[in-house]
Design a protein. Structure first.
Length: 215
């Protein structure tokens, strides 16, 4: 989303698998184009608790601790691929907010919306979008109760604002397995499910990922 439109080269390197040897190094480069995109702006004035827009020193410390956790965990890259096939929606529900939109909280424009919101009531079962391992399952200041699944090769899916955890860190999960129940914890204007996708440290549009036909 932050990349300027233009032509870019994607350089990939890896190692072949071999039974009797360590394999050999392989690499290739692909050119691709980043096009200009238009993202919606939410004109409605959204309201959240003041602690999310004007945190106290103690709350600011909690925010900084959460930032350190995310800096540590969300930039990890597991070399082995765990996912396979299609990434599926975590819930069957209407989408209430899309990737890239700008929103106003308590009169202040927030950072772009880096995920997909599903309109679900509190307590709705939330399913893993694909196979992976639970990287994080803990409460953070803005995200509320957060589950992060590591699908391998730097691909993560994040499930925010949960009311309840159904998995713990280190658990293996399968696509469709329930990882938590939706809620409104953290900075949320009401109960809903916010889902985000990160690949190699960059947020991607979850709707695009779910539309890909993957082997």
């Amino acid at each position: 989303m932050e990349t300027a439109p233009g032509s870019y080269a994607l350089d990939l390197t890896g190692q072949t698998k071999a039974v009797s040897t360590s394999g050999k190094q392989v690499s290739f480069t692909r050119k691709f184009t980043v096009a200009r995109a238009r993202y919606p702006k939410i004109e409605a004035k959204l309201s959240v608790e003041s602690k999310f827009t004007e945190p106290s020193p103690e709350q600011q410390k909690q925010i900084e601790e959460g930032q350190e956790v995310k800096k540590d965990y969300l930039n990890r890259v597991t070399p082995e691929r765990e996912w396979s096939g299609q990434f599926t929606a975590p819930v069957v529900a209407e989408i209430s907010d899309v990737f890239g939109s700008e929103r106003i909280f308590n009169g202040k424009t927030s950072s772009p919306h880096l995920g997909l919101d599903f309109r679900v009531p509190s307590g709705t079962p939330v399913a893993a979008m694909n196979d992976g391992t639970v990287l994080l399952a803990r409460p953070l200041y803005f995200e509320g109760n957060l589950v992060v699944l590591d699908h391998g090769q730097g691909l993560l899916t994040l499930y925010l604002h949960l009311s309840q955890f159904e998995v713990k860190e280190g658990d293996p999960v399968k696509r469709g397995q329930i990882v938590g129940l939706s809620g409104g914890t953290g900075r949320a204007t009401g109960p809903h499910l916010h889902v985000a996708v990160r690949w190699q440290g960059t947020y991607l549009d979850p709707a695009r990922l779910m539309s890909l036909r993957l082997p």
